[in-house]
Design a protein around this ligand. Structure first.
Ligand SMILES: [Zn+2]
Length: 255
């Protein structure tokens, strides 16, 4: 049996809401409960430039929560402070990975305090740029109610370091026959073409979409460890080869 989850990243008070509302309408039409990566205190200049300031930001987040959408704590400020690729080595920039534990604890505490002030309950952590490390996990364990981390490269949810992990493997919907897949969209940069493909996919596959509460988690085994690290380093190797080829002017061949 196949299960799909969908995650939208980078909700903040300066979104271009038109780009988000089309997703919300689509989900509501098919009764899909997505994961929304909500930034507690956005300081990312790129995201600050997306739209006008929304004075009803937190009431909107509470409304989404009430509808059954799963709100995830998307870091603290979404500000990359350090060049570090963390556990998954997907991007070499981070708000958390590589910083001392006490700094990460302060960030987690500040993010939790904002959510608490605004009446947002979340069991879920979503690291900006997929970058975090063991200290982030320790900080979450000590200072938050987070139980689940939305990240990873396996094909089904698992338990590791005392947390549930829901892997996030795809940036766009792809038809699969088994396992659990998270499609990770960024509404601010999503093109009409990509959105139309998602509309079609959901019309045909909406019955396979599940919410976080419907998942089952299995223990993380040595085989899982080997699989995950193989995927991490294969991905890295591909990036290095592409980079080398592009330096020698054969980028098209590398794609
Ligand atoms: Zn983000």
């Amino acid at each position: 049996m196949v299960q799909y989850l969908i995650r939208l990243d980078d909700l903040c008070p300066t979104n271009n809401l038109k780009k988000w509302e089309r997703f919300f309408h689509l989900f509501d039409l098919y009764d899909i409960k997505p994961i929304i990566a909500v930034i507690p205190d956005n300081q990312d200049p790129k995201l600050n430039a997306c739209g006008d300031f929304n004075p009803y930001y937190w009431p909107m987040v509470r409304h989404l929560q009430k509808k059954g959408y799963v709100i995830g704590m998307h870091g603290f400020e979404h500000r990359y402070q350090i060049r570090n690729s963390g556990l998954f080595k997907i991007n070499n920039r981070s708000e958390f990975a590589g910083l001392p534990l006490y700094v990460q604890e302060q960030k987690v505490k500040a993010a939790v305090a904002i959510f608490k002030r605004e009446g947002i309950q979340t069991p879920l952590f979503i690291a900006p740029a997929h970058t975090f490390d063991r200290n982030t996990i320790k900080a979450l364990d000590k200072h938050s109610d987070v139980l689940i981390i939305s990240d990873g490269l396996l094909h089904s949810p698992y338990i590791r370091f005392g947390f549930g992990w829901v892997p996030v493997q795809l940036s766009e919907a792809v038809s699969k026959t088994k396992d659990t897949w998270t499609f990770n969209y960024h509404p601010e940069t999503c093109t009409d073409e990509v959105f139309e493909r998602l509309e079609k996919f959901i019309a045909e596959n909406h019955q396979h979409f599940v919410s976080l509460s419907q998942l089952t988690f299995k223990d993380y085994t040595l085989t899982d460890f080997a699989r995950e690290y193989y995927r991490i380093y294969l991905r890295l190797l591909k990036t290095v080869v592409k980079d080398l080829l592009s330096r020698f002017g054969v980028y098209k061949l590398a794609r």
